[in-house]
Design a protein around this ligand. Structure first.
Ligand SMILES: [Zn+2]
Length: 106
């Protein structure tokens, strides 16, 4: 299906290492500002980071977690969440579901 948004390229999150629930949880407290086309500044951690989503297939971040561990870091997740990425939102739904079950009344 052709996307509604022109930049809605499909991003293969599994080949990128998958969405880690811990990173996803930490991404929720971050603030994201769109600076330019596909460029975002992300605050909330020890220092601000830049995320480049110029091509959605290869999101990039300048943090060590992404550069050295080659993982989908919390900054990228924060940006993808802001952009309404379906994989990230689905993972968030799983996370909420997990918490809900953990807190279920006896
Ligand atoms: Zn990062």
């Amino acid at each position: 299906m052709k996307g509604r948004r022109p930049d809605d390229a499909r991003w293969d999150v599994r080949s990128a290492g998958g969405i880690d629930p811990g990173r996803l949880e930490r991404s929720l407290s971050l603030r994201v500002r769109r600076i330019g086309r596909g460029r975002y500044k992300v605050w909330g951690g020890r220092e601000p980071h830049w995320v480049d989503l110029y091509t959605k297939r290869f999101p990039r971040c300048d943090c060590g977690d992404h550069l050295w561990r080659d993982r989908v870091c919390k900054h990228i997740l924060a940006v993808l969440l802001r952009e309404g990425d379906e994989h990230v939102i689905a993972s968030l739904a799983e996370l909420v579901d997990r918490y809900r079950r953990r807190r279920a009344p006896i």
